[in-house]
Design a protein around this ligand. Structure first.
Ligand SMILES: Cc1cc2nc3c(=O)[nH]c(=O)nc-3n(C[C@H](O)[C@H](O)[C@H](O)COP(=O)(O)OP(=O)(O)OC[C@H]3O[C@@H](n4cnc5c(N)ncnc54)[C@H](O)[C@@H]3O)c2cc1C
Length: 316
């Protein structure tokens, strides 16, 4: 007798107004441009649609939310369960006196620009971070001496059962590239508060940040930004340089010559190339300096099955 096959996940999901797609490619919507598909991708129509979906979703189905994939390495075997992508109805940016209310899908750059036009200073650093507000909350994103924790005054999130939580800055538990909010909660919006500033001055600062990034980072490459967090008292890039890893390559993955805490897909990399190269860098740094680097890039999904290719040697 033929064994009964389980029904595909997409057939076991609550009815929604948004879009559900089985086997949805993810590589094209991440900066690294690698990795396998989502078992099911869900783009909710709005907050109510998302709440209803989560409330009706079988408890054993994992949910992974992604922003614009600027800090993500999706493994080659894809991501089991639901991958959630928030769309336009979560990208609204509203201005109040001295503050901004931004949806979780709003781009950090757009938030910085709106703040500039409304004379709200202090959010300029966001213009250099190529992610969304949701990703910035999860990562406590920061640049040029400022982090999200310096400007966020509140946020909203849904838990895995679809209940809405209003969070204070303290509830967010933000520390260096980390939030203590449970991993399966989904940020839906944030309030960011600045100080009174002059639009011309703020605009000039945005232009300075843009120029500085062009000069120091491979921002037009397929990359995930800083690969490793800076260990206390050290710069990850200096340790990587000291361990002789600048320019190191494996398969289609390479340690950037321009900024050696960035890994790059030179065109043909698999996620396995990138992750393996990252692990080689970690090992070499440990051997050279005794310091253990922590991945800042979030790795999601599973390795490809049935691909038994030998691991290539790292080369220069
Ligand atoms: C060229 C380049 C430069 C960069 N420079 C910086 C920098 O200067 N400073 C810095 O901090 N980072 C930097 N980054 C990394 C990255 O831009 C940030 O971490 C950013 O905050 C990630 O946002 P995202 O929307 O792309 O999130 P993703 O990469 O899509 O996801 C990152 C994490 O956030 C979670 N997440 C995303 N949205 C939500 C949500 N709505 N609710 C809950 N969790 C969510 C994901 O599950 C994942 O764990 C850089 C990246 C690149 C490619």
């Amino acid at each position: 007798m033929a064994a009964l096959r389980p029904r595909p996940l997409i057939e076991r999901l609550p009815a929604v107004r948004g879009r559900l797609t089985a086997n949805a490619p993810l590589a094209a919507i991440t900066w690294f441009r690698v990795g396998g598909p989502a078992e099911v991708m869900f783009r909710p129509a709005d907050l109510e649609d998302l709440r209803h979906f989560l409330a009706g979703l079988p408890a054993e189905v994992p949910v992974t939310v992604i922003g614009v994939g600027s800090n993500l390495l999706v493994r080659d075997g894809g991501v089991p369960g639901i991958v959630l992508r928030l769309g336009r109805s979560f990208a609204e940016i509203r201005v109040g006196p001295g503050h901004i209310l931004a949806g979780a899908a709003a781009l950090d750059l757009n938030v910085a620009r709106v703040a500039a036009e409304d004379g709200i200073a202090g959010l300029e650093f966001l213009s250099g971070i190529p992610g969304t507000i949701g990703g910035a909350l999860r990562m406590n994103a920061g640049a040029y001496g400022h982090e999200l924790v310096d400007v966020v005054t509140g946020a909203e999130a849904l838990d895995r059962q679809g209940r809405l939580h209003r969070l204070t800055k303290e509830d967010l538990g933000l520390s260096y590239r980390h939030s203590s909010v449970p991993e399966d909660w989904i940020f839906t919006s944030a309030t960011l508060t600045g100080t009174v500033g002059v639009t011309e001055t703020i605009r000039a600062r945005l232009a300075e940040i843009q120029a500085a990034r062009e000069a120091t980072q491979p921002i037009r490459s397929r990359t995930g930004g800083s690969t490793f967090a800076n260990p206390p008292g050290h710069k990850a890039w200096e340790l990587i340089d000291r361990a002789g890893c600048r320019g190191l390559a494996l398969g289609g993955a390479m340690v950037s010559e321009k900024h050696c805490n960035f890994l790059i897909n030179t065109g043909s990399a698999t996620a396995a190339d990138i992750e393996t190269l990252g692990e080689i860098v970690r090992r070499r740094v440990r051997e050279a300096t005794g310091i253990e680097l922590r991945w800042e890039i979030r790795r999601i999904g599973v390795e490809a099955r049935g691909v038994e290719s030998p691991v290539p040697e790292a080369r220069r």
